[in-house]
Design a protein around this ligand. Structure first.
Ligand code: C5P
Length: 406
């Protein structure tokens, strides 16, 4: 049985929508209350067809909210106050319809309105028939929720209310409670207190002339997520970032902005001297143009660009691998399309890394998007992490857990 004591005193909004799995929400409230949490239940109008509000109000010890106003007293339920009160919001079961409304901001009931006002982490446990679950609209809406930073508690496969067998069963209440307990345990984790963590992130730009450059489509999101989570876990973080369209406002992070691989190398070597952990998440350009043209190359001129001669850029990770001293941990990333595992492992040894994170390029999970699938290997080829598709922010915590363990 999972330790849920960290939930004591936590304020949890439990949103219940109209699906058969709503009967499980009664156990969910009981488990939260048993763990010492305060639970405010909000039901959609349809949810009342599936489970009686009196059951939920008795178990939670608070009147259930469904409407914006209480009909006879005219009392207004403030979604804003509720959103501020909550330490977490859990929507279980979440129907396709509510997920769609959350994704699209359709605030036509108290539950979705409160969701839009909530400042706290949000957990969504979908429950629906397998065909609805597999529909592209559901898949897309769930992706939207992930991109808003919401945590999706994936439904399990099994027998559904329709007696069909497939994916769509709401996760069991015990497991939902465990997900929240893990979340809060992680949020209060300070295992990197006193450590200096450096992270490289984003692409590099290798200029051809003042307006043109060679680059790649790295967004920097994975590196920024790692930097933010490391800072939240107590580290002093130096984030060496190539040109990206994102920024961070998390305290404890010094950002060094660089453009080229050579700039990044210089910043990395200087930073690594005091770093305990270096995470090389940048997609560094392997080559740069040999010649930089000071003036914009004209299309018409005879000296116009016909070809670009490339020269190799320094390998930053390998340089740090050579300089690494006892007690420093060096973590690399790999993005392979063929022989993924073998190539990742040869990279560990070539660059003298302690572990390597293998990104997946399947279904376009990695570049530019908010989700990813990764495997982490150690020097002996042991798999330290084999993740499902997850938000990069959650994966960042998983990867930091692994790094702490090596
Ligand atoms: O050799 P490859 O580019 O596949 O290696 C990827 C790993 O090495 C990543 O961790 C990346 O950040 C790092 N790297 C680097 N400098 C380079 C090329 C890659 O630090 N020039």
């Amino acid at each position: 049985m999972h330790d849920t004591s960290i939930l004591a005193g936590k304020h949890i909004i439990l949103g219940i929508t109209g699906g058969i799995a709503a009967y499980k929400s009664a156990s969910l409230v009981r488990l939260f209350v048993k763990a010492g949490a305060e639970v405010q239940v909000i039901m959609t109008p349809n949810a009342r067809q599936f489970i009686a509000p009196v059951t939920m109000s008795t178990l939670s010890g608070k009147p259930v909210i469904t409407e914006f106003f209480t009909a006879n007293s005219g009392e207004w339920h403030s979604h804003v106050d509720l959103g501020l009160w909550a330490d977490a919001m859990v929507i279980a079961p979440a129907t396709a319809s509510t997920i769609g409304k959350m994704a699209g901001g359709v605030a036509d009931n108290m539950l979705v309105t409160t969701y839009l006002s909530a400042k706290c982490p949000v957990f969504v446990a979908p429950a629906m028939d397998l065909d609805m679950m597999a529909h592209p609209s559901t898949t897309r809406n769930i992706e939207y929720l992930r991109s808003y930073g919401n945590h999706i508690i994936e439904p399990a496969a099994g027998e559904l209310a329709s007696h069909l067998i497939g994916k769509g069963r709401m996760e069991e209440p015990e497991n939902i409670v465990a997900v929240l307990a893990d979340f809060f345990a992680r949020a209060s984790k300070r295992d990197l207190d006193g450590k200096h963590v450096m992270v490289t992130a984003g692409p590099t730009h290798e200029p051809i002339d003042p307006v043109r450059y060679i680059a790649n489509s790295s967004s920097g999101k994975m590196g920024y997520a790692l930097a933010e989570k490391a800072a939240r876990r107590g580290a002093r973080v130096t984030l060496i970032s190539g040109p990206v369209n994102i920024s961070t406002s998390v305290p404890g992070i010094d950002v060094i902005h660089v453009t080229t691989a050579r700039d990044m190398l210089e910043a990395a070597i200087a930073t690594f001297k005091t770093a305990d952990i270096a995470i090389m998440a940048a997609a560094v350009a392997d080559y740069r143009p040999e010649v930089y043209h000071d003036h914009k190359i004209k299309r018409e001129s005879d000296s116009g660009l016909q070809e670009i001669t490339l020269v190799k850029n320094p390998d930053i990770a390998a340089s740090l691998g050579k300089a690494k001293h006892h007690g420093q941990k060096l973590i690399g990333f790999a993005l392979e399309t063929d022989n993924e595992q073998a190539n990742a492992l040869s990279k560990i040894h070539r660059k003298n890394l302690d572990a390597i994170v293998l990104n997946s390029l399947r279904q376009g999970e990695c570049f530019g998007v908010d989700t990813n699938i990764v495997k982490v290997f150690d020097r002996d080829g042991n798999i330290l992490l084999d993740s499902p598709l997850k938000a990069k922010s959650d994966l960042a915590d998983d990867i930091l857990d692994v790094i702490s363990s090596i």
